[in-house]
Design a protein around this ligand. Structure first.
Ligand code: SAM
Length: 266
C-alpha cells in the first residue's frame, strides 16, 4: 500500500509489521517505507530471506494441494493469512474441490483492508475472513463455526505465523486449543522459522536488523520445539522436514531455514 492512496491509514505505518515485510519480500506493493527498510536491513544479514519467503509461499500451495487432493479435506482454517497474493488457500483448494470452505484469520489492518480479495469463493464453496489475534482462540472458533462444521474434519493451517507468538503467550497451548476443537481425522499444517537451521550469526544479524523496527517480537524455534506442536497427531510423509523438502515440486528451491510438517489428528 503506498502513501498515494487518498485515505490515510488509521494505524502506525512508521513501525514495520511482518505481514507487510513478507509482502515486500514476495514482491508485493502493500507495504510502507518502514516495512521496506526492515526487510532491506534483514536482507543484509540474510540475503536468502526473500527466496525463503517465496519457498514458504510455494509450500503453502503444496500443503493445500495435499490436503484437498490427497487427504480429501474440504474445510480450512487458515490463521495468519497474509496479504492476498497469488495462490491463496481458497483458490488452490477450490480449484481441486469447488465445495471447499475456507476461513481466513489475521490481525493486520492491511490484510483486513484487502480481505475482500479473499472472499471470492466458488458458488459451491465459501470463504470468510475473521479479524482476530491467534491468541484469541475462543473468538476464532466461535466465528469460524458459522462457516465450518466442526463435527467434520478441518485443516488448521499455521503457516509462518507461530514465530510471532512468544513463549510467554504459550503457543503450544494455543495450538492444542485449536486442535481440541476439531474431530479426529482433522489436520494441522505448520511451517516455522528454525533457530537451529539459520545459524547463530545470521540469526543475530536479523534480530539486530529488526530490533526497534518491527512491531512483533520474532521467536525462532528448534525442530524439537516445532515437533511438540504436533502432539496428538500422526505426521504424514515425509514428516517434519525443511520447507523445501516437504513434498517438493520438480525444480526445487533454496535450502530453507524453516521447519514444515502436516499431522493428522488421532
Ligand atoms: C509471514 S506472514 C505468512 C502468511 C501466509 N500464512 C503464508 O505463509 O504465506 C504471517 C502472517 O501472520 C499474521 N499474524 C502474525 N501474528 C498474528 C497473530 N497473533 N494473530 C493473527 N495473525 C497474526 C501476520 O499479520 C501475517 O499476515
Amino acid at each position: 500500500m503506498t502513501s498515494s492512496k487518498s485515505e490515510p491509514p488509521t494505524f502506525d505505518t512508521s513501525v514495520a509489521h511482518q505481514a507487510r515485510v513478507y509482502d515486500y519480500l514476495l514482491g508485493g506493493k502493500d507495504n510502507y517505507a518502514a516495512d521496506r527498510a526492515a526487510a532491506e536491513a534483514a536482507l543484509k544479514a540474510w540475503p536468502d530471506m526473500a527466496a525463503g519467503a517465496r519457498a514458504n509461499r510455494a509450500l503453502l500451495g503444496r500443503m493445500v494441494r495435499f490436503l484437498a487432493a490427497d487427504a480429501g479435506i474440504r474445510q480450512f482454517l487458515d490463521i495468519g493469512t497474509g496479504i492476498p497474493t497469488a495462490g491463496n488457500t481458497h483458490q488452490v483448494a477450490q480449484a481441486i474441490a469447488p465445495e471447499s470452505r475456507v476461513v481466513y484469520v489475521d490481525y493486520d489492518p492491511v490484510v483486513l483492508a484487502h480481505a475482500r480479495a479473499l472472499l471470492t469463493s466458488t458458488e459451491a464453496g465459501a470463504t470468510e475472513y475473521i479479524d482476530a489475534d491467534l491468541r484469541d482462540t475462543s473468538t476464532i472458533l466461535t466465528e469460524a463455526a458459522q462457516v465450518l462444521d466442526f463435527t467434520k474434519p478441518v485443516a488448521v493451517m499455521l503457516i509462518l505465523i507461530l514465530h510471532a507468538i512468544p513463549d510467554d503467550d504459550d503457543p503450544h497451548t494455543i495450538v492444542a486449543r485449536l486442535m481440541d476443537a476439531v474431530p479426529a481425522g482433522s489436520y494441522l499444517a505448520i511451517s516455522h522459522a528454525a533457530s537451529d537451521l539459520l545459524g547463530q550469526e545470521r540469526l543475530q544479524g536479523v534480530e539486530d536488523a529488526w530490533r526497534g523496527r518491527m512491531q512483533q517480537q520474532i521467536t525462532w524455534r528448534t525442530r524439537e520445539q516445532v515437533a511438540r506442536f504436533f502432539d496428538g497427531t500422526d505426521l504424514v510423509a515425509p514428516g517434519l522436514v525443511r520447507t523445501d523438502e516437504w513434498r517438493p515440486d520438480p525444480g526445487g528451491s533454496i535450502r530453507t531455514v524453516a521447519w514444515a510438517a502436516v499431522g493428522r489428528k488421532r
